[in-house]
Design a protein around this ligand. Structure first.
Ligand code: DCT
Ligand code: MG
Length: 391
């Protein structure tokens, strides 16, 4: 049955919605009931996508193909599979036949073929052969090392390195991040739980408030969207008085280091200056804040483990309060939701959105916002709460 919020939202947006009760389904000559056609808005940022996914076998398959494309540096294909998966995540019920998907946007021929095969046979041959391929397995294993991206992994594979053992034996020169990544490989590849994120938040809160009174931290990323686990923990830090946040990150990092909480850290300075950089360009918008990539040493309750601690990936980002709403929106994700927001802004509104600012290209002005709600309003979008940005 249709989710009511999705229905009312569609009605308000003037989009066609088909509502059919079971008894309204028409019998086809074959005796099979005609399946209801789904209808959804084309941009993920116009839709509500909760964590409840009625099509996880299909979205898992498409996500694997997306991941494989990304690992092979085929961004366009990756995005196409991500969009198709996101569309299925937003459907109010399980897809029973491809005829239901006829009118949907963003479903390319390739994705449709994969969906059809899974609906008919239970699996996709392309997904299974990808999953089993030596190259995919090697790319996954090597990029699972913190500090190793698809390009490095590809170079190593071409040199005959397919797994950690071969990497260790190869004598490859690793940088500091990769050495830490290799050392803490098992921990970092074990999902982080919400309870662990909360425990880290308590420590970071203590660090932040001891170095600057009044500074605030917010848990962003997947946990803010309600996920119960993630691959890392993301925090945004700000101060209600503009400018007081300057110099905050090194102090927070020193505090954490002095207490022995950091196994690795690399801090990048804030390099965004509106007057110099102009409106943020989408490809560069994630890395302009003062940011600390780290590996956190999380104490573990003695009775639950042989070990006293475990390693967890932790990202800290400092934002001036004037950019905080943009930073929060940008760092809450999901990655596809963010990409779609920027695409909507550019294609539908003639605006440039980044994690720092929103710029109206036609009027030539920055649009200020003190909350996420105001940014959605500027963009002409209905507000979507974090828990429904799981596209
Ligand atoms: N982000 C983005 N574009 C990127 C990278 C990140 O828009 N290229 C945003 C979206 C989410 C946020 O930053 C944090 O990134 P991740 O931690 O990678 O994502 P996540 O949703 O928190 O995933 P996980 O739960 O696995 O940590
Ligand atoms: Mg995260």
């Amino acid at each position: 049955l249709l989710d009511v919020s999705w229905f009312t939202e569609s009605m308000r947006a003037g989009r066609p919605v088909e509502v059919l009760d079971r008894h309204q389904l028409q019998e086809r000559p074959s005796g099979e009931p005609e399946l209801e056609e789904f209808s959804v808005a084309s941009y993920a940022c116009q839709r509500r996508t909760s964590l409840e996914n009625h099509n996880s076998s299909l979205t898992d398959a498409l996500s694997l193909l997306a991941e494989n494309a990304e690992l092979n540096d085929e961004e366009g294909r990756g995005v196409a599979f991500r969009r198709a998966a996101a569309l299925l995540k937003a459907l109010p019920s399980a897809v029973l036949g491809v005829s239901q998907l006829r009118g949907l946007p963003c479903l390319g021929e390739h994705s449709l073929r994969v969906i059809k095969e899974i609906l008919e046979t239970g699996t996709s041959s392309e997904v299974e052969s990808t999953r089993a391929s030596e190259r995919f397995k090697a790319l996954k294993a090597l990029t699972g090392i913190f500090g190793v991206g698809a390009k490095t992994a590809d170079r190593w594979i071409r040199e005959g390195i397919h797994d950690l053992q071969q990497l260790r034996a190869s004598g490859q020169v690793l940088n500091r991040a990769q050495r830490a990544g290799l050392q803490h490989y098992a921990d970092i590849n074990q999902p982080v739980t919400r309870a662990e994120a909360d425990a880290i938040q308590a420590v970071v809160e203590k660090a932040v408030s001891s170095v600057l009174r009044g500074a605030q931290i917010v848990l962003a990323g997947g946990f803010r969207r309600g996920k119960l686990s993630g691959h890392d923990v993301d925090f945004l830090i700000t101060h209600p008085e503009e400018g007081r946040e300057v110099g905050l990150m090194p102090k927070v990092v020193s505090w954490l280091e002095a207490q022995g909480f950091l196994l690795y850290q690399k801090t990048t300075r804030n390099s965004y200056l509106e007057s110099i950089d102009g409106p943020g360009r989408p490809p560069s918008n994630m890395d302009r804040f003062e940011r600390c990539f780290s590996i956190f040493k999380l104490p573990v309750a003695a009775e639950s483990s042989q070990r006293a601690w475990r390693a967890v990936r932790l990202d800290l980002v400092v934002s001036p309060i004037s950019q905080f709403a943009f930073a929060l929106l940008g760092w809450t994700g999901s990655k596809l939701f963010e990409r779609e927001l920027r695409r909507w802004a550019g294609h539908e509104r003639g605006m440039s959105l980044s994690s720092h600012a929103l710029y109206d290209n036609k009027q030539g002005v920055y649009l200020r916002a003190a909350s996420e709600e105001e940014i959605f309003t500027h963009l002409g979008l209905e507000f979507i709460p974090p828990s429904e940005r799981n596209a």
